[in-house]
Design a binder for this molecule. Structure first.
Ligand code: KG4
Ligand code: ZN
Length: 343
């Protein structure tokens, strides 16, 4: 079967075609258009700017994804319904609903976090359960236990900032630009990760919750007390030490969960999964624990529709789709859910 995925939850506009044959995935197209450069001018995402850009980009992105050939071969349309920015989500949802209605195809509402969670399977779907899922994005940091596909137990989540948010805020306060993650991880390569000792929030707490606002504040005060830290010579050490502190917490909690639940697979997805240090340390940890480590392919760590099509496939198999009949109540439920939770 072939699933058309649509994703517009934040500042990306994306569409993808995923073919599923005998349980194997083949990505036929994955087009992502980002308003990142525009958002960078404002130092972060302005929802109105994001949605306006998405309205402009949606049709060209679909045209590029679909070409001339695919209308008849598409079996279902998967679309992100939340969590995310309400106006952005609505652009993708209305597009998906229009296509579903015109083409008379079922529509599969997808949770954005479920997309991130399963994104590693775009490369290898050799997943053994039970598994631990680590979702690390700009808006979320969650550790989830999976006993099977779609069968979740929340182990912990951030109590304040998400990991990606911490990267973005620290980059902003250091005057480095937006988005912070890629800028910091590049600059950190040149720095000493032991130059400064930033706090590892909640690393020893008995639960699986996270807290990243303390480390951001620690960087803020360190720089206020000593403006020299913002100099060209000192910055790499500051960001390398910050990055190490965030990675230490993520790796430590993941390791604890793998051991406690004796899991066979670790799944890692979300924008922060692009971080080379995090990838390396999680892979090493899994090797030591003899756990299969599946991290999202680098092309699919950030927001993209391929992961939405993929999560949509599991939802479709579970019969979580809605037939395109606007008269039904279930059709009305396909609407933006900005605060939608996975568990
Ligand atoms: O998953 P995503 O594209 O959007 C959300 O759903 O939030 O994640 C974006 C986040 C941003 O906070 C960005 O700074 C972070 O992912 N990010 C990184 C890296 N690349 C992107 N964080 C750390 N290291 C990176 N290399
Ligand atoms: Zn995301």
């Amino acid at each position: 079967m072939i699933i058309l995925g649509i994703e517009t939850s934040c500042d990306e506009t994306s569409a993808a075609l995923l073919e599923i044959k005998q349980g194997k995935f083949k990505l036929l197209a994955n087009v992502v258009s980002s308003s990142e450069e525009l958002q960078a001018k404002y130092g972060g995402i302005v929802p109105e700017v994001a949605a306006r850009e998405q309205m402009k980009c949606m049709i060209p992105v679909l045209q590029e994804t679909l070409g001339d050939n695919y209308k008849d071969s598409i079996d279902a349309i998967a679309v992100t319904v939340g969590p995310g920015l309400a106006t952005s989500l609505q652009v993708g949802i209305d597009t998906a609903k229009s296509i579903a209605y015109l083409w008379q195809k079922p529509i599969v509402p997808v949770n954005h976090l479920e997309g991130h969670l399963y994104s590693p399977l775009l490369e290898s779907n050799e997943i053994l359960f039970p598994a631990i899922g680590l979702i690390v994005s700009g808006g979320h940091t969650e550790l989830i236990l999976l006993n099977n596909f779609l069968d979740y137990k929340l182990l912990g989540r951030t109590r304040d900032d998400a990991a990606g948010e911490a990267f973005d805020k620290v980059a902003k306060l250091l005057g480095l630009g937006y988005p912070g993650g890629p800028i910091i991880s590049k600059l950190a390569n040149k720095g000493n990760n032991k130059a400064y000792n930033f706090p590892r929030g909640m690393i020893d707490s008995p639960d699986y919750d996270f807290s990243f606002s303390g480390i951001k504040t620690a960087v803020l005060y360190a720089v206020k007390d000593n403006p020299e830290l913002k100099s060209k010579e000192n910055l790499p050490g500051v960001v390398a030490s910050f990055q190490q502190a965030v990675v230490d917490v993520l790796v430590s909690k993941s390791k604890k969960a793998i051991q406690e639940y004796d899991v066979k697979t670790l799944l890692v997805g979300g924008g922060v999964a692009a971080n080379p240090l995090l990838r390396k340390e999680l892979e090493q940890t899994c090797k030591t624990l003899q756990t299969n480590c599946l991290i999202s392919p680098l092309d699919n760590t950030g927001d993209n529709a391929a992961m939405i099509a993929l999560a949509g496939y599991y939802r479709y198999q579970n019969k979580n789709f809605i037939k395109p009949d606007p008269q039904t109540k279930s059709w009305q439920t396909i609407t933006a859910q900005p605060n939608l939770r996975l568990v």
